[in-house]
Ligand binder design. Structure first.
Ligand code: BGC
Length: 373
């Protein structure tokens, strides 16, 4: 009896507090790979000294998995998506984890004018153009240079008039998983003709773990006093409106689901949140753009960028597709925080400029930083 008491009072709590972090079930690089248009689709793995892992593929320079610990050191894959190259190719396209280009988000009426020349793009979202078209950068095979176990560079040549856009454009995306638990994504680009460029990453997160239910309970902060309202086709009206007094005010951490079904026209257009926020940029090079706290696991995501805007998309078009490990992704079970210039900027004179000229180097940075409490 005495021995049992000792066991219960001393040994069991000690055992619990020293619980081994849950095993990470990484996707096998061999199981992932396949061929696409005569090229090999492959999986690459980055790890930092704390054991955080990010798996990436050259099909669209995408994030495939992201293993991060909770407050007890238990790891979960917080990136929603598919688990094989074949699924990325064959199954419905949600842009899971993808590098989006040449232009992140929508361009109204699928056209814009530069230097007096009108460029016609693919209308792949009703009458509008979305995420660079149906064969955008997220569906291209990128060249790969894995520099070390924490750093990998993807590069892509996009020929003049690729997707309807002018200029031979060369882009590079560098992923680095730092020992400060930051997934650092840097974008570089050059062109030989005046063009537009707006690159972003389309990782869908659920901080409880991919496929672990709603994100309405996640708390969100967006460092923005205003946003760009849209019309029914999700094209900005050109206005920049204050968020104060609306469901778009995320200046203080607020549960995503608290106001998402409010009776506001902007929410009805997006079926919830699917909008660009105008970031309060500081003098520092990088702005803390957004922060997400998941109360049950204690996982925290912070997003830093040099971009003027961020698209917060609440997974309103997820419709029960089955992804990695047979997990089902239902309505609002993942969110994206896409750092960017504003949607439709090529047609909106009062939005920050998205043109790139020959000789200029395009540069953009997005940091997804993980912690827990
Ligand atoms: C857009 C959504 C779109 C989604 C694609 C987001 O960046 O803002 O409207 O449906 O990407 O899944």
């Amino acid at each position: 009896m005495k021995l049992l008491n000792v066991l219960c009072v001393v040994i069991i709590p000690v055992m619990m507090s020293c619980q081994k972090p849950q095993k990470k079930e990484l996707i096998s690089e061999t199981d992932f790979s396949c061929d696409y248009n005569g090229k090999k689709v492959e999986l690459f793995t980055l790890t930092n000294k704390n054991g955080l892992v990010c798996q990436l593929t050259n099909f669209g320079a995408r994030v495939v998995s992201l293993w991060v610990p909770d407050k007890n050191g238990n790891f979960a894959d917080v990136a929603v998506g598919y688990g094989t190259g074949k699924d990325f190719i064959d199954k419905k396209e949600y842009f899971f984890g993808g590098t989006i280009g040449r232009y992140g988000n929508r361009i109204g009426q699928a056209k814009f004018t530069l230097d007096g020349i009108e460029y016609q793009l693919e209308a792949n979202n009703g009458e509008n153009h979305l995420h660079g078209g149906s064969n955008g950068f997220y569906r291209q095979i990128w060249d790969v240079n894995q520099i070390d176990k924490q750093t990998l560079e993807f590069s892509l040549h996009s020929a003049d008039m690729d997707g309807g856009y002018p200029g031979n454009v060369d882009v590079k995306v560098r992923y680095q998983f730092t020992d400060d638990n930051e997934l650092k994504i840097e974008y570089f680009g050059t062109t030989d003709k005046l063009t537009v460029l707006n690159l972003t990453n389309h990782t869908y997160f659920n901080l409880k773990g991919a496929g672990a239910g709603t994100i309405n309970d996640h708390q969100l902060m967006i460092n923005a006093d205003s946003f760009t309202p849209v019309d029914a086709g999700l094209i900005p009206t050109g206005e920049i409106l204050p968020v104060k007094g609306t469901a778009f005010d995320f200046n203080n951490l607020t549960a995503i689901g608290e106001r998402v079904d409010n009776d506001e026209t902007q929410l009805s257009y997006g079926k919830g949140y699917d909008h660009n926020w105008v970031l309060n940029q500081s003098d520092e090079k990088l702005t803390l753009a957004a922060k997400v706290v998941e109360p049950s696991s204690g996982r925290i995501l912070e997003v830093y960028t040099n971009e003027p805007g961020i698209q917060f998309y609440g997974g309103n078009f997820l419709d029960g597709v089955v992804g990695k490990g047979n997990k089902k992704y239902d309505f609002r079970t993942a969110f994206c925080l896409e750092t960017q210039h504003f949607p439709d900027s090529p047609n909106q004179a009062n939005f920050p400029d998205v043109t790139v000229t020959p000789g200029e180097e395009y540069y953009s940075i997005c940091i997804y930083k993980f912690s827990s409490k």
